[in-house]
Design a protein. Structure first.
Lengths: 350, 350
DNA sequence: TCTTAGCAATCGGGGGCGAGGAGTGCTAGC
DNA sequence: GCTAGCACTCCTCGCCCCCGATTGCTAAGA
């Protein structure tokens, strides 16, 4: 390969590829050699550029919709652009402030903060934003409270470090008084404190129930509450901004959109698509066919994990046409995820 | 006016109008006089039908997209159809069962039940379904629990008759022990029990706090929790099935959809549109311009209130093209709302 | 008075055609 | 290696025209 530059491209080819991508992202029209010489001072004639473009096409970076049209980037072209050519962006202070302010006003509830962040990202990115909600499995147990409602009914409330409260109504076969419930709550709290939800065993609970000499059904009530706390939100998504996609010239015909909206509504596919970006440090980008789903060949996704304390607990993504402003969306997604992370950590229940 | 039938229409005109609407709903194509004589045994020739169609057009019930096309219903035509001509539908036992089964499996949480019902209605109706979430104002207070998390932090949980739990984290300026919180919880519960949330006064809370000789800041903590319980969900919507609209031939051009999706995302407009149907007994239908929003002239909405106990607490609606199967959607919406209502009442916390 | 057959008139949709133009690839010369 | 020039390709757009669908009207018949 040509050692003159990244990806086997010499400097000029790389620059031309970058301008083609920039131009196509901006205009959604195939880019002609003359456009390039006119808008960018390449210092060479359009004929030279044509030669370079032909080379880039041969190298698989560009494609031509038809013979007498300009070039548009291929998936590989976008990939090279994203990995090596584009100028990374950082957020303007104004954007950063706006994100912070909007998320500050959001409720403190986990779900709602995540939904706010998704809506915000959808609005700022002018694309479809979505977020996976954290599995509660890895959360830390903070408190369990049994609330007495009547002699045989009550409610179990589980509070975790993320402030999630799972509620679970229960009915008993035998009468119980408020005091019993309080004592059982206390016993459980001292035993279970600071365990991760997934590490709580039935035997822990059984021991507490026995210690107080209570009926075995309490154990089931508690386990049900804990299970519902664990399973909450599993692999569900928040999404926002679908109608932004309708603005894109490439989706005017509504058919392409249908498939994508179905995928968004189904959630499962989308979840799988971004799941492997959970551990990534930087924003992860998947372009067109890299998504591995036929209906999504015209789309790209930018994904950033968000954190609670040290560990990544979910992903925030932007889905848009392959012709998306990658640098900007990566900056926006990162910024939103960062703010979301610190917002969540602020609200931690210690 | 012609006294021969409903709305000033004689029997034959009424029948012809009804068939035009049926046919247009089924085909999305302007309906020709010949189509009518062929598909429906009118017993007269197409020329006669043409005369009748001309009369109906003069009466404002039909319009012609252009001279050499068939007729399509006007808003007034649909209105007459809905009010007087169409055959009301009732749900098949199978549909009814399906609704019941799907909602039974849904979580018992208020929000999620409503969202499930909305999703289900979107799926069954093949249109966009949305629901207003109930204001918590009119809910009955059942229980307040102060949870001790650390010497100066805690969580207040409010349980209402609808099973809604509002949570509210608080911080205290002075230390408090678990016992104090428990005693305060008890004092509050005995004072506030069975009041409507909106009827709880600050003085009720203050009295309980004073009775136990606790610091005044407890009053604020409790009031905050109660306020957050009251304000939860205010005028927010659940929506589902937007991509169904993409299937409709009249929305292939994506532009019409944008405006509608914007409106759905904004929520406020939509909320206002259906708000006045809250007190209706039967399904309320708004057709095209009756919605009073220019961008929605091509749409209709069917709205049904759902109940908790005796009182209507929210609305379940279907939004689709004017050319919607009104009778079926009214049946579906009613059926879903009914099931939702009984589901909610079953889960009442007494 | 209502109905109907027949018919001219109207208008949109679609196909074909050709001009225009954008853009390329190639060649030859610098 | 670069570039001017040019032939070639192929898409787009507008135009026209035809066809078909459907109507409204007229005049005759029940």
């Amino acid at each position: 390969m040509n050692p003159g530059g990244p990806g086997g491209l010499d400097k000029r080819k790389a620059y031309i590829l970058a301008t083609v991508v920039y131009e196509y992202i901006a205009t959604a029209e195939p880019v002609a050699s003359q456009t390039l010489t006119q808008k960018y001072h390449l210092g060479v004639s359009s004929a030279t550029v044509r030669n370079e473009l032909a080379d880039l096409e041969a190298g698989g970076y560009l494609v031509q919709p038809h013979t007498s049209a300009g070039r548009i980037p291929s998936d590989a072209g976008y990939r090279t652009f994203v990995d090596q050519l584009m100028q990374p962006e950082t957020l303007q202070a104004a954007d950063r402030r706006r994100i912070r302010d909007e998320l500050r006003d959001a409720s403190r509830e986990l779900d709602e903060v995540i939904e706010s962040a998704t809506r915000l990202l959808g609005r700022l990115s002018k694309n479809l934003a979505f977020a996976t909600k954290p599995s509660n499995d890895a959360q830390t147990f903070r408190h369990l409270q049994l609330i007495w409602l009547s002699a045989r009914t009550g409610m179990a409330i589980v509070v975790t470090s993320m402030g999630v409260t799972a509620q679970s109504l229960f009915e008993l076969a035998v009468d119980a008084g408020p005091d019993e419930l309080t004592r059982l709550s206390n016993a459980l709290n001292s035993r279970l404190g600071n365990k991760m939800l997934r590490d709580i065993r039935e035997s822990d609970v059984a021991a507490a129930v026995e210690e107080l000499g209570l009926a075995g059904e309490f154990k089931n009530v508690i386990m049900t509450a804990l299970r519902s706390a664990r399973s909450g939100e599993q692999s569900t998504l928040a999404a926002s901004g679908a109608q932004n996609l309708l603005d894109q010239p490439e989706f005017q015909d509504a058919r392409k959109l249908r498939s994508i909206l179905n995928i968004v509504e189904e959630q499962k596919t989308l979840y799988d698509l971004v799941a492997d970006s959970m551990t990534a440090e930087a924003p992860a980008v998947k372009i067109g066919h890299e998504l591995g789903v036929d209906e999504m060949n015209d789309f790209s996704i930018v994904t950033v994990p968000y954190r609670f304390g040290e560990s990544a607990i979910g992903m925030l993504s932007v889905l848009g046409p392959r012709r998306m402003p990658y640098a900007r969306l990566m900056a926006l997604a990162s910024g939103t995820a960062e703010t979301l992370s610190s917002r969540l950590s602020d609200a931690e229940i210690k």
